[in-house]
Design a protein around this ligand. Structure first.
Ligand SMILES: Cc1cc2nc3c(=O)[nH]c(=O)nc-3n(C[C@H](O)[C@H](O)[C@H](O)COP(=O)(O)OP(=O)(O)OC[C@H]3O[C@@H](n4cnc5c(N)ncnc54)[C@H](O)[C@@H]3O)c2cc1C
Length: 492
């Protein structure tokens, strides 16, 4: 026990927990220091009088990534939480009385497409066949690469497949080669939004997201997304990880180019290796002196951040009609809203929004005859965030929601909490109040992302949604495992 290497992980988000568990499993002595009182980071949860709200992620995609993670430690996801596949996967609202519920399963989906555009069912099959190859290579090989050198990608199989991977064509163009109907195009482009970038700036490689959406399906862990966090913490503790909450890290203490420990608000922790799972920009700019930072403020200001979000957690004292578990409101111009996020950052005029109603699937997350609503408006990071602005958007979006679903909702809201930039900064030290980290554009992929190893501090590594492979729960889980493998390569 005495000569076990000591690893400190900063942050108990998905990436930090995955890194900690992987290293503890390899025999390291691992402590996680988390500033908040509970684990999960952006995926925390809170309850109020019988309403149980997931604060961040609500889409469970790529179940194979979670399965693979638990199997690595000889466990199964089903030992920790119960998954159900949603059918319909989600509903897209195009306008008044113009809804489309996307069925789970390819045959039914092909039929729905065929109703909109003749021949599109067959085309969907061909599209998904190509996307399956991209998923296979992308999710089983590319995302597990640490992105530290170009040589990692000089593998003959990858080089032979590079054309089929469509790295240099945008997904926008790719989708239009198959489909013409504007509704189908919107449905096919929607998953890219998870990557935090626009379809025109996203490589067609990411049609792997359509494969995840349509072939692998949308799932839900009964009890809520926080069940995944609870399962992962349990697995981590079974492997010997120690979690310390309410430990805000204030400084990484350095000596001769190495980190020797960490100062928190409450104490000092010695370390042989540090893995930072808190936001990369925060760790660099607030926990290290300037001379030990790998990237300059100018570098960070030039990064394309994924959007922030304005969120409302609502408890409603009646059952709601015309809503499914996941609902995308695409009744306004997507191009305009996108420009207000990426090109001319400002509060949007007529935003698109998303509503999740987990109580449609899971009665445990709301009291009897009530509904649990999560309303999210994607917005540019770095905006001025005030109570007045939040309230304006609450009314704007709720009015549309009421009109489009044909019912009064606001007068039945018995609990309301809002969450936006200021909360992301206060709770997670998020750069510009971002919600989903760094966008996955071509210029911010693999070796072009902030490196998972510090260039200045020998034993400092990074993980999470601002480094490889990118934003989202599955990538964060992978990020933790990838960084753990890099640490183990050097310290085993
Ligand atoms: C609103 C929202 C909706 C989302 N929806 C989805 C979805 O549906 N599906 C999906 O796959 N993904 C979704 N995501 C993205 C996904 O949640 C994130 O990519 C993922 O949770 C990021 O994990 P992480 O470990 O990188 O970071 P985090 O979860 O942010 O973890 C970092 C941790 O570090 C801690 N920390 C920060 N500073 C310090 C410090 N100084 N000292 C100690 N600890 C510190 C933070 O408190 C936090 O716990 C969503 C995100 C948000 C915000």
């Amino acid at each position: 026990m005495a000569d076990k290497k000591k690893v400190i992980v900063i942050g108990a988000g998905f990436s930090g927990i995955a890194a900690a568990t992987s290293l503890a499993h390899e025999g390291y002595s691992v402590t996680v220091l988390e500033k908040n009182a509970t684990p999960g980071g952006r995926a925390r949860s809170f309850s109020h009088q019988g309403f149980v709200f997931d604060m961040g992620p609500s889409w469970y995609w790529m179940p194979d990534v979670f399965d693979k993670y638990f199997e690595k430690f000889g466990r199964r996801t089903s030992e920790y939480y119960k998954l159900v596949r949603l059918d319909p996967s989600y509903t897209v609202v195009f306008g008044p009385d113009d809804f489309m519920a996307l069925p789970a399963g390819i045959p039914a989906l092909k039929e729905s497409f065929e109703k909109l555009e003749r021949g599109s069912g067959e085309k969907l099959e061909e599209f998904l066949k190509q996307a399956a190859f991209k998923y296979q290579v992308g999710m089983n090989e590319l995302v597990y690469k640490p992105g530290r050198s170009v040589s990692e990608f000089l593998d003959t199989k990858l080089l032979l497949g590079v054309l089929k991977l469509d790295v240099f064509q945008s997904i926008r163009k790719h989708i239009r080669k198959f489909f013409r109907h504007p509704k189908i195009i919107q449905i096919m482009e929607f998953p890219v939004l998870f990557l935090g970038a626009l379809p025109e700036n996203t490589p067609a490689l990411y049609s792997l997201m359509n494969y995840a959406d349509m072939t692998l399906g949308t799932w839900y862990p009964m009890g809520g997304m926080f069940k995944i966090v609870e399962g992962m913490v349990c697995l981590a503790e079974e492997n010997g990880v120690e979690f310390r909450y309410n430990q805000t890290v204030k400084e990484i203490v350095l000596e001769k180019g190495r980190a020797k420990g960490i100062k928190t608000e409450n104490g000092y922790f010695e370390a042989d290796v540090i893995v930072a799972g808190a936001d990369y920009h925060h760790v660099e700019s607030s926990l290290l002196p300037g001379i030990s930072q790998s990237y300059t403020p100018d570098y960070w200001n030039k990064r394309v951040m994924a959007p922030s979000s304005l969120i409302f957690y609502l408890g409603v004292n009646k059952r709601l009609k015309n809503l499914t578990h996941h609902n995308l409101f695409f009744d306004e111009d997507f191009g305009k809203h996108a420009r207000e996020i990426y090109e001319d950052p400002k509060w949007p005029d007529k935003p698109l929004f998303y509503v999740s109603v987990p109580s449609k699937t899971d009665r445990r997350v709301a009291p009897e005859n009530c509904e649990n609503l999560f309303v999210l408006i994607p917005v540019a990071p770095g905006l001025v965030d005030t109570g007045t602005i939040r309230e304006k958007y609450y009314n704007l979006v709720m009015e549309r929601l009421e009109k489009l679903t044909g019912q009064s909702i606001r007068e039945h809201v018995v609990y309301k909490r809002s969450y936006a930039h200021a909360n992301f900064i206060e709770d997670y030290n998020a750069f510009k109040g971002n919600a989903y980290g760094l966008a996955n554009t071509l210029r911010q992929t693999a070796i072009l992302k902030p490196s998972l190893k510090s260039r200045k501090v020998k034993n400092l590594f990074y993980t999470g949604q601002l480094t490889v492979p990118g934003p989202g729960v599955p990538p964060s889980l992978i990020s933790g495992q990838v960084v753990a493998a890099e640490v183990h390569k050097e310290y085993s």
